[in-house]
Write a protein that binds this ligand. Sequence first.
Ligand SMILES: [Zn+2]
Length: 326
Amino acid sequence: MGFEKIIGHDKIISFLKTAIKNDKLAHAYILEGQEGVGKKLIAIEFAKAVNCKNGTLGCETCSSCVKVNNDNHPDIYIIKPDGNSIKNKQIEEFQNNILLKPYESSKKIFIIESADTMTVSAQNRLLKILEEPPSYGIIILIAQNSHSLLPTIRSRSQTIKFNKISKKLIEEYLIENYNIKDIDLAIFSGFSDGSLGKAINLYESEEFKNRRETTIDIIDEIIKGDKLKLLDYVDFFEKNKEYISEILDFFTIWFRDLLLLAETEENRYLFNVDKIDILKNHVNTISYKSISKSIGIVGKTRKNIDANVNFGLSIETMLLNLQEAV
Ligand SMILES: [Zn+2]
């Protein structure tokens, strides 16, 4: 693949390349940023570039680069969560492994995926490794939120923050690789929230499309104000409990579109560009104040669910409060 195939993150790539060229590598890096933004891709390209035998930062043809591309490089390890977290036992294996010199390269590289899921005991063990890393060891921690890591781990690592990828770059990629056009393009790049991985997943997911359609039906129902029917939808939320954050996003984004439309009558910045008729109808039905109140209700529901308030109750309350607000 190579660094040049990565979408966005030019500054990070050039920073890492310079570190390799100047032989100024840190023992530990934290790659921090939202899911699907390209952290793991860059970690692997970085590992490839560090160990490239031609010294060209990833020639793609030497035996080392070929092994990385085939996922069987003997000096590059990827550690993934075992279930929901990275366990102490996994870090113990890593601790024993890093003591052994690299097999064929100058550096031995360990990439820890979802490092922010490490248990406290695993983190304490990792800290021991970071306190005295062998000269040939490079540890790359991939995390959505580095603040889930112990401050002592953070202070011994170089943190690299990944920003969202621009809408323009995501759209270019979707056009080139998936031939997505027009309204679809605007929807998937819009909902991707700056994550290319998410844009691709959304495009490939029928369920995503169905969840979005149902959510819009529910909002339509709320605005029409049919109380009995509304509670029928509680089932939909229960069935899609694991996607609740996405569904609440649909709500928030819909109401934001309404605010935008109420303020400017400008279509260009809308997310739900394919639903313009329904949006216009809603803007004509409810007041500006009701729309902003609705955004607050959805936000409060999100907080309640995050705080483990009873799920069904939170949803029912949200639906009824929304109905009252509009
Ligand atoms: Zn190479």
